[in-house]
Design a protein around this ligand. Sequence first.
Ligand code: UT7
Length: 320
Amino acid sequence: MKTVINSIAGHLPTKIVTNDDLSQTLDTTHEWIFDRTGIEKRHLVSDGELASDLGLIAARRVLEQVNFDPSGIDAVIVSTTTSDRRFPSCAARIQGDIGAKRAFAFDVGAACAGFIYTLAIADSLMKSMRLQNVLLVCCETLSLFVDWTDRATCVLFGDGAGALLLNAADDSSESGLIATKLYTDGSKEKYNSILSHSGPQNDHRGYTTMSGRSVFKYAIEYMSASMNEILDENGMTIDDIDWIIPHQANRRILESLCKIKNFPLEKMIITTQNHANTSSASIPLAMSSAIRDGRIKRGQSILMTALGAGLVYGSAIIRY
Ligand code: UT7
C-alpha cells in the first residue's frame, strides 16, 4: 500500500504586516529583516482568530477541491504547537466542524518539523490500521506566542495553515510517499523554546525564545545530514529529486542547504519572503502554492526537510 497526496491546500489570514510596518513600533528596519532572513512580509491572525480557525478553512478547501465527502475520512491528524487551548485538541474541533463523523482525531506537537512528523505518523497508521483516507492539517499561530517587543524573535514568524487529503493507493501507483525519517536531539532543547515567565506578567501563554545563531547552525547541519541519510537509505541521489521543499525559517539557511547539496536554488520552493516562518504549516503552504502556480507537477519527486524546537527534525521523499 502507498500513501498518496490526493489534494493539498493552504490558507493564510487576511491581515498582512510588512517589515516597514514592524519598524514603526520596533527598533528594526526592513533592510535588517530582509538581509538576515529573506522575509518581506507575513500574514497574522486578527483578534480572536485561533489556530483551528485557520486549519478549518484549509481543511474545508482541501476537501472541496476534490469534492470529497468528509464522512469518508478515517482520521484527522493536526500538527500544531500553538493550539487554541490545552484541550480539547484542534483536531477534535476540525473533525466536528467538517463533519468527519467516522474519523478519530488528535494533535501532534513537533514544532516546525510537525509536518514531517505527522506525515510519517499518517503513513504508518494508514498501513498498520488499514486506513483509506486521512486528513492532515498543519495550523499555526506563532504570532500569539511571541513577545511583540522582542525584535529578535517577533519579526521572524507568520501565521497560516495547510491541509492534505491522503489516500491509500495500491503498490502499483506511480505517486506515493517513498520514505520518511525522523530525529530528535533533546540535548539542544534550550536553544528554542516557549518560556512562560518571559512574557508580560499574568499572561500564561508563554513567549518564544531562541538562540538564533545556534539554531541557524544546527538547522543547516541537521537538515543536510537528514537529507543525505534519507537519499542514501532509499538508493537515491540528489539528481533524482525535482524539487526540495524545506521548512521556511530563513532564506540564508535554504541557500546554504542548496550549496551543500549542489542543488539549483531555483528548484527549491521558497516562500519565506511572503509567509515568514509559519512553523509546521510552512511546507504544505509552500507546496500548495508551487502546485497552484504550475511548478510542481504530478509524477515529480520532492524532498522535504524541516527542523524545529526540540531540536526535532527530519526529511521525507514523495513522488507527487
Ligand atoms: O523555525 C525553527 C528554526 N529556526 C531557525 O531556523 C532560525 C535560525 N536563526 C536565524 O534565522 C537567525 O539566527 C536570526 C534571523 C534569528 C538572527 O540572525 P543573526 O544573523 O544570527 O543575528 P544575531 O541574532 O546574531 O543578531 C545580530 C545583531 C544583534 O545586535 P548586536 O548584538 O550585534 O549589536 C541583535 O541585537 O542584530 C540585532 N538584531 C536586530 N537588529 C535589527 C536582532 N534582531 C534584530 C532586528 N532588527 N529585528
